[in-house]
Design a protein around this ligand. Structure first.
Ligand code: SAH
Length: 391
């Protein structure tokens, strides 16, 4: 399985490169390789992440060519004559970004956390959750399998805030993962600027860190050990360092209004986000918010559609939390409301159930191979190509 279409380099302007595949032109940055016009590369999130030989690229492009034309036509058919909010947002997605849909793998490598966020099932006060920490070797073994056997080109490494992992350990992880020719995304919460700088210098180019809510009052209540301004300043500093920022918020937290969600969308876009990542708050029985209600799928779809209309160029991921709200329909409904990205959980099965940030997560008990099949079939049925070559 392949989650990227190779592109041919047709123009080089310093770090900025134009790639072409099947007549589509995309821009990407080159920070890792010696390249020349006419060579073939893979790109993810606008970064060239791997160079490949022409002899490898051409047969792949040959396979993709016919499929790509069929997918593009199918996508176009599905967006014609938009009437509803969701259809309008989906048509905007098609106009601005075409039919590419990036598929990231996520490895949740530890559920230890020093924080006590009121909503989160892996908060430190939850003594019922079975804690785990994967060794760097274990994380890398899972990464190698995801890259070489399953074909992932972009992987997110996520954990609770877990100081057990020193900067040296994370640098080791980033360097070895990057050497596999992938986009490395870190999602490890609040660490120092120096720590993030070292990870950047080791080859990480993307971070996933949500601000959770733009309502400072709500933030203060649900994330008692954290400071809103500090978190936002960290996100801005990471963006300025050169990281692609994936950020966003929770929908339907107690005390949050619909107006707050609009402000959340605005703030996500203003942070010059590479990708919007938001999802419903889902009450966990071992947290102080256990008696609260989760929002409806409709509220989440409205948020996706509004985000797409307000920030047409952004990537918007259908998060597992959205899929959890309606297990058979969440992903499809999200993609048809303007989203253009999906995650596949590639955490080793024995740990996956322990990363219980909220209960009954979609796909927890689904084999990775089956999940991939589901994603590919879904994208195929909607005319989306599982690729993310550039902008
Ligand atoms: N330590 C990292 C990763 C946190 S877990 C960090 O701070 O960024 C990833 C995300 O899970 C959180 O950002 C939060 O938005 C989401 N999450 C946690 N508990 C949740 C719940 N009960 N319902 C829905 N999403 C939740």
């Amino acid at each position: 399985m392949c989650y990227a279409i190779p592109g041919k380099i047709i123009l080089i302007d310093g770090k900025f490169v134009t790639l072409e595949y099947f007549g589509e032109k995309r821009k990407a940055r080159n920070e890792f390789y010696d390249i020349a016009i006419g060579e073939y590369v893979y790109a993810q999130g606008g970064f060239i992440v791997q160079k490949i030989e022409e002899s490898e690229a051409l047969p792949l492009l040959e396979i993709w060519k016919e499929v790509f034309v069929v997918l593009k036509e199918r996508d176009l058919r599905l967006v014609s004559e938009p009437k509803t909010l969701y259809q309008t947002a989906n048509a905007k997605r098609q106009q601005v970004l075409g039919n590419s849909c990036c598929v990231h793998g996520i490895i949740e490598f530890s559920n230890y956390c020093v924080n006590d966020c009121l909503y989160c099932g892996i908060r430190k006060s939850n003594s019922k959750v079975k804690r785990y920490r994967m060794s760097i070797e274990e994380i890398l073994a899972a990464t190698k399998d995801a890259v070489s056997r399953l074909g992932f080109k972009a992987i997110v490494f996520q954990s609770g805030e877990c100081p057990y992992y020193t900067d040296e350990m994370l640098i080791d992880l980033v360097k070895s993962a990057r050497a596999l020719g992938i986009l490395v995304t870190m999602s490890v919460g609040e660490r120092s600027i120096e720590s993030y700088k070292k990870m950047y210098d080791s080859g990480a180019r993307s971070v996933l860190i949500r601000f959770e809510t733009s309502n400072k009052k709500v933030f203060g209540k649900i994330k008692p050990e954290s400071d809103f301004d500090k978190r936002i300043n960290l996100i801005k500093a990471l963006r300025d360092m050169g990281y692609l920022v994936m950020t966003g918020f929770l929908i339907g937290l107690p005390g949050q209004t619909e107006q707050d969600t609009m402000e959340d969308i605005k703030l996500t876009g203003e942070l010059q986000t590479e990708m919007f990542s938001f999802g419903p708050f889902l009450p966990h029985p071992e947290t102080p918010l256990k008696a609260e209600k989760s929002p409806s799928l409709e509220m989440c779809l409205n948020t996706i559609a509004r985000a797409r209309i307000m920030f047409p160029e952004s990537k918007i991921v259908v998060t597992t939390a959205i899929e959890t709200l309606e297990k058979n329909n969440g992903a499809k409904a999200g993609l048809m409301a303007g989203a253009n990205s999906l995650m596949v959980n590639i955490t080793p099965e024995k740990y996956r159930c322990c990363y219980e940030i909220y209960p009954e997560r979609a796909c927890n008990d689904v084999k990775v191979e089956d999940r991939i099949k589901y994603v590919i079939n879904l994208l195929n049925s909607l005319g989306r190509a599982p690729t993310d070559i550039g902008i």
